[in-house]
Design a protein around this ligand. Structure first.
Ligand SMILES: [Zn+2]
Length: 155
């Protein structure tokens, strides 16, 4: 195997406005209704979706970067577009659904390698990381993923 050095690659988010790009402390960006305090992710920008609230004042907020593993699955099939396989041959990966206590919601995310579904256990602590979704010759396209908290699980 031979890899080109990646120093000149442009690092860009897979989706603009869904998360911060700080590699050390990435944060998901959600919105919060100013009237009823409900959180939304993906960020809702039109109006509050709480049926008992008619506010249109939504504020962008950083969400918790840790949560509890609520559910997970093993993705053995290539998802439909816009998913792009990081490798020529599709490699299965785990998907985690993590519950954020403060926001009272579940956020899905891929689980970065080398972790697999075999490393996951419902109820364990998970933390948000940035990891490449895929790379081209010029760009490294980043997305948020959920990784088991070091010392809080296996590996
Ligand atoms: Zn509301």
């Amino acid at each position: 195997m031979f890899y080109f050095t990646a120093v000149s690659k442009k690092v860009i988010p897979a989706i603009e406005g869904f998360f911060t790009m700080d590699p050390e402390a990435p944060r998901l960006l959600g919105t919060q209704c100013k009237a009823c305090q409900t959180y939304f992710f993906p960020p809702e920008r039109g109006y509050c979706r709480n049926p008992e609230c008619d506010s249109e004042e939504l504020e962008t907020v950083e969400l918790s970067h840790e949560g509890t593993l609520w559910s997970y699955s093993h993705n053995g099939y290539k998802p439909p577009p816009p998913y792009v396989s990081p490798t020529e041959e599709f490699e299965p990966f785990a998907v985690a659904a993590v519950e954020l206590e403060r926001e009272k919601m579940v956020v899905m995310g891929m689980v970065p390698k080398p972790y697999t579904h075999e490393d996951l256990k419902v109820g364990q602590r998970m933390q948000l990381v940035l990891d490449p979704l895929y790379e081209t010759d010029e760009e490294r396209v980043m997305v948020w993923k959920w990784r088991p908290v070091e010392g809080g699980g296996s590996k």
